[in-house]
Design a protein around this ligand. Structure first.
Ligand code: FAD
Length: 388
């Protein structure tokens, strides 16, 4: 037996580390916490971008922030002031470095590296197997994501992308504004856009991004990036300094929050990825705070969640529109940015709009398409036979 802990956190990525941080901030300093992962994180394996009003718990590692965003789409090519929001970027390596130094200062937290083989109910709680050893915890938090088998009741798209950090000899980037979505690309029946995240006038992270059912071949992302840089940024000479790629699930399939009585799924594995956008980082922060508060107040991590989530239903409808190609994604996002203040769109994507604002958002897109999609979602949910 590897030892007994109050809390075991399986996977020390964004959600595992954030949860440990919020546990200590909430006052759970006398609880023995074990963090498990394959290996220490020493590379810049991802970049998190998100928008918010005010500050988050990891403000000190925010690498860049922009108060303006560009949107290029159908009938709209504008730079928007998004105050009171700021669009922010945290580099993975800065977050991991900050967290590993912070963990070293926490006497109640231990870290072990190895391959997690299983997580199941066990002695006095749940147990985790790591390289042949077993660790027991009163509660186990699992962030190991495994895509579930597909079910025809639900939609399964992917947000997949490749990005390059490029450096140019001439100063070409507008450091005051991030490009939130640039749809001036051949769409090929899918949703294709580019983010441009400038670090300084010579350097930016440029990401070629798709929402579609399958990833592209690796060369296709490179070709898309080269074409965008040449055609839309007019760049012929640049040096690629770093590259990142990723696949984020965009699905309305349910994610079990409670894997078993003493095992709670967190992060992407716990359904924290917004189905219609792939944004996850701030939703992880919110979940981590709520789990920590619940542990403090009730001794167990399962805080109450609403039975019905109107925004999740709207995500399903949008996924249906995109998956069934009822309307090009480029048109939908363009309508949203052309007919609404950007703050309303951002609030909507954050699930913070009320009914009136939701109606304003709905009335800015082609409502007939969305009503047909809503009916199709209903048919899938209630008429397709249940599986499993
Ligand atoms: C390249 C990339 C860019 C992204 N950009 C954004 C963004 O801009 N904004 C945003 O909101 N979201 C973004 N996301 C989505 C999301 O925020 C991240 O995927 C986030 O890291 C999810 O956190 P997590 O804890 O669920 O998973 P992870 O951070 O992936 O953590 C899971 C951990 O489990 C460990 N692990 C897995 N299996 C095992 C095993 N068998 N044994 C031991 N350890 C194991 C992994 O090593 C990993 O550390 C991005 C995702 C990727 C991949």
């Amino acid at each position: 037996m590897g030892g007994h802990y109050d809390y075991i956190i399986a996977g020390a990525g964004a959600s595992g580390l954030s949860l440990a941080y919020h546990m200590v901030q909430a006052g759970l300093r006398d609880k023995k916490i074990l963090l498990l992962d394959r290996a220490a994180k020493t590379t810049n394996d991802r970049t998190w971008c998100f928008w918010e009003v005010g500050q988050n718990s990891f403000e000190r590692v925010v690498f860049r922030r922009w108060n303006q965003i560009w949107f290029h789409g159908e009938g709209v090519s504008r730079r928007f002031n998004i105050a009171p929001y700021a669009y922010k970027m945290i580099r993975g390596i800065d977050f991991y470095t900050f967290m590993s130094q912070w963990v070293l200062q926490q006497p109640n937290i231990s870290v072990r590296y190895g391959e997690i083989s299983h997580i199941q109910e066990g002695e006095g709680g749940a147990v985790v197997g790591l390289d042949g050893q077993t660790f027991a915890g009163q509660w186990v938090f699992n962030s190991l994501y495994k895509p579930a088998p597909k079910n025809p009741r639900h939609h399964y798209l992917l947000q997949h992308f490749k990005g390059w950090v490029i450096q140019t000899p001439e100063p070409v980037f507008d450091t005051e504004a991030a490009t939130f979505m640039d749809f001036r690309l051949e769409q090929r029946g899918e949703v294709r856009f580019v983010y441009v995240l400038p670090f300084d006038p010579h350097t930016a992270l440029v990401e070629y991004t798709l929402f579609s059912p399958e990833p592209l071949r690796p060369d296709d992302y490179d070709a898309g990036l080269r074409e965008y840089l040449g055609r839309w940024l007019g760049l012929e000479r640049y040096e690629i300094q770093e590259s990142e790629s990723g696949i984020i699930p965009m699905t309305d399939a349910p994610f079990a929050r409670q894997q078993s009585p003493r095992v709670m799924n967190i992060g992407t594995a716990g359904g924290r990825t917004k189905a219609s956008t792939g944004y996850t980082f701030l939703r992880i922060q919110k979940q981590s705070r709520r789990i920590a508060d619940s542990l403090m107040q009730t001794g167990q991590p399962f805080y109450p969640e609403p039975v019905f989530n109107r925004h999740a239903c709207m995500d399903s409808v949008l996924l249906n529109v995109l998956d069934s190609r009822r309307s090009p994604g480029k048109r939908i996002f363009s309508d949203l940015f052309r007919k609404n203040p950007p703050q309303r769109v951002l609030r909507f994507l954050d699930e913070e709009t009320g009914l009136l604002e939701d109606l304003q958002i709905m009335s800015s897109v082609d409502i007939r398409t969305f009503v047909s999609a809503a009916l199709a979602v209903g048919r899938r949910r209630w008429l397709e036979p249940k599986r499993g």
